[in-house]
Design a protein. Sequence first.
Length: 69
Amino acid sequence: MLAFVRRCARRARGAAEKGASAVEYGLMIAAIAAVIVGTVFALGGFVKSSFDKTCSTLNAPVGPASCGP
């Protein structure tokens, strides 16, 4: 009987460890997504200003800028 209880306890621990690793993978994916979103928001203004400068430079000799509002 004691051997049966020990086997059941081992199986339960193995299942709990698998569930914990799935939670850890979920947290890692959430952290990576948060870093990507933060990077996009942080660099978004810089990229937009670079494209605006490029557009105004290309349109300046020809006439008024036609990019954006």
